[in-house]
Write a protein that binds this ligand. Structure first.
Ligand SMILES: Nc1ncnc2c1ncn2[C@@H]1O[C@H](COP(=O)(O)OP(=O)(O)OP(=O)(O)O)[C@@H](O)[C@H]1O
Ligand code: SF4
Ligand SMILES: [Mg+2]
Length: 380
C-alpha cells in the first residue's frame, strides 16, 4: 500500500511539520482513497455482536400548559455483527442514533435493554471493574479533533495517559509515545507540543494515536473525518485504511452519508430514526440498494455520483426532516417521507429480513423492497 498520502497532512496549516513536506494538499482529491486488498471477512470469527439493543432516554416535554414525561427512542432494537478484520459502516441522517449506538458499545451510556457481546462476553450489564480489560480492546475515535483532546496537556501526556491506566510499555513510555506518533505520520519530536500547535488533520491523527496506544482490536470511529477539510479527509481515511491492514483492526465506522465510507467498509448498516432499515455487504448495498431510504442516501452522496463525471440516471430528493424520535410514526418509521408508502406501511412495522426473491444477500425492513440499479454511475 502506498505510504505517501497518509504520511502527510495539512501542509499549509503547519509548514514546520517535517512529516508534511512530501505532498501539497492540491495533490490530493477525495476520490484517490486507496483501495484495500480484496478481503474475506465473511467467515472470520465474530468479534462484536449487538443484539436487540435499545436506548430510550427519559425526557420531559412541554405540551400546552403541562409538562409530560416521555422518552426519546434513540436506538430501538438494533442488531448487527462485526467480524474479526471487518469494517462495518453505520450510516444515517443526523439524529438517527449513530452516536448513541457507539456510546452504548463503549459503555459510555448504559443500554435500556439488549446484549453487546465482545468475543462472546456480554458487556451490556458488566460493572466497571469487569469492563476494564474490554475497554482496552474497544477504543473510540471522536468526530471533533478540537474538543476531544485536552488543550492543557502535551501530546506526550495525552498519549501516555492510556499507557499508565492500563500498565502498558512500562519503563519505555516515552519511546512508545514517539512510536505512536510515527505510526500516525506525525513527527515524534513533537511530543512536547500542545494540541493547539497542530492543524485539524494532525489533531485527528493524535486522536487516532491515542486510540491505538492500548492496542485495541475494535475501533469505533464516530464520523472521524466529517469535521475536516475535504482534502484532509482522504488523507486521514488513507491512514485509517493503512493502520487497519497493518494492525488487523476491526471498525465500526459511523458516517452520515454513503460517500465517505465507500472504499473503507466491507459491510454497511443503514439507520433511520433508531432502527436499521437495510444491512448487507458493501457491494450489494451500493450497486443494488433495496430500501427506499438507502436509495435516497445513495442518490444524495455527491462523490459517488459526480466525481467520476458520469451522471447517474436517477436522483431521489428526500423532503423534510426525520420525525421526532419521541413520537415516531406507527408501522414503518420512514413512511412519512416515503414515496412508495401504502396503507399497510402505517399499520405494520416491516421486519428486517432477507428478501429471497432478490437473490441478494442484504436484509431490508420494507414491505415493498425493490432493487434499484439506476442510482450510481459506477461502483468500485
Ligand atoms: N442524553 C440524551 N438525552 C436525551 N436525548 C438524547 C440524548 N442523547 C441523544 N439524544 C437524542 O437521541 C437521538 C439520537 O442522537 P444521536 O446523537 O445518537 O444521533 P446521531 O445519529 O449520532 O446524529 P448526528 O449525525 O447529528 O451526530 C437524537 O434525537 C438526540 O437528540
Ligand atoms: S415499508 Fe412502506 S413506507 Fe416503509 S420504506 Fe417500505 S414502502 Fe416505504
Ligand atoms: Mg453523532
Amino acid at each position: 500500500m502506498s505510504t505517501s498520502p497518509e504520511a502527510v497532512d495539512d501542509a499549509t496549516d503547519d509548514a514546520t511539520d517535517d512529516a508534511t513536506d512530501a505532498l501539497k494538499p492540491d495533490d490530493v482529491v477525495v476520490d484517490t482513497v486507496v483501495h484495500q486488498a480484496p478481503r474475506d471477512v465473511a467467515n472470520a470469527p465474530k468479534l462484536l455482536e449487538v443484539e436487540h439493543l435499545v436506548k430510550h432516554f427519559a425526557v420531559r416535554e412541554v405540551r400546552g400548559l403541562s409538562m409530560l414525561r416521555s422518552s426519546v427512542k434513540a436506538v430501538d432494537d438494533i442488531s448487527f455483527v462485526v467480524r474479526e478484520g471487518e469494517s462495518l459502516g453505520l450510516v444515517g441522517e443526523s439524529g438517527c442514533g449513530k452516536s448513541t449506538t457507539s456510546r452504548l458499545i463503549t459503555r459510555l451510556e448504559d443500554p435500556t435493554s439488549g446484549a453487546i457481546r465482545f468475543r462472546g462476553q456480554d458487556m451490556a450489564l458488566m460493572k466497571e471493574k469487569e469492563l476494564r480489560p474490554l475497554r482496552r480492546e474497544v477504543q473510540m475515535i471522536f468526530q471533533d479533533p478540537y474538543s476531544s483532546l485536552n488543550p492543557r496537556q502535551t501530546v506526550g501526556t495525552i498519549l501516555r495517559t492510556p499507557l499508565d491506566v492500563h500498565g502498558l510499555a512500562k519503563g519505555r513510555e516515552k519511546a512508545r509515545t514517539k512510536e505512536l506518533l510515527e505510526l500516525v505520520g506525525l513527527n515524534p519530536e513533537h511530543i512536547n507540543r500542545y494540541p493547539s500547535e497542530f492543524s485539524g488533520g494532525q489533531r485527528q491523527r493524535i486522536g487516532i494515536a491515542r486510540a491505538l496506544a492500548v492496542e485495541p482490536r475494535l475501533i469505533i470511529a464516530d464520523e472521524p473525518v466529517s469535521a475536516l477539510d475535504v482534502s484532509i479527509q482522504a488523507q486521514v481515511m488513507n491512514l485509517l485504511a493503512r493502520l487497519r491492514e497493518e494492525l488487523n483492526l476491526s471498525f465500526l465506522f459511523i458516517a452520515h452519508d454513503l460517500g465517505v465510507i465507500r472504499h473503507f467498509c466491507d459491510s454497511i448498516a443503514v439507520m433511520y430514526l433508531g432502527k436499521i432499515v437495510e444491512k448487507g455487504w458493501k457491494r450489494d448495498i451500493y450497486s443494488a440498494p433495496q430500501h427506499p431510504y438507502t436509495q435516497a442516501l445513495l442518490s444524495a452522496a455527491p462523490d459517488i455520483n459526480v466525481v467520476r463525471g458520469v451522471p447517474p440516471r436517477e436522483r431521489i430528493r428526500l423532503k423534510g426532516d426525520p420525525p421526532s424520535p419521541i413520537d415516531p410514526p406507527s408501522g414503518c418509521r420512514f413512511r412519512t417521507r416515503c414515496w412508495k408508502a401504502q396503507d399497510i406501511c402505517a399499520k405494520v412495522e416491516p421486519p428486517l429480513e432477507l428478501k429471497e426473491s432478490s437473490g441478494l444477500d442484504q436484509v431490508i425492513a420494507c414491505h415493498f423492497p425493490e432493487v434499484k440499479t439506476s442510482l450510481v454511475a459506477e461502483v468500485s
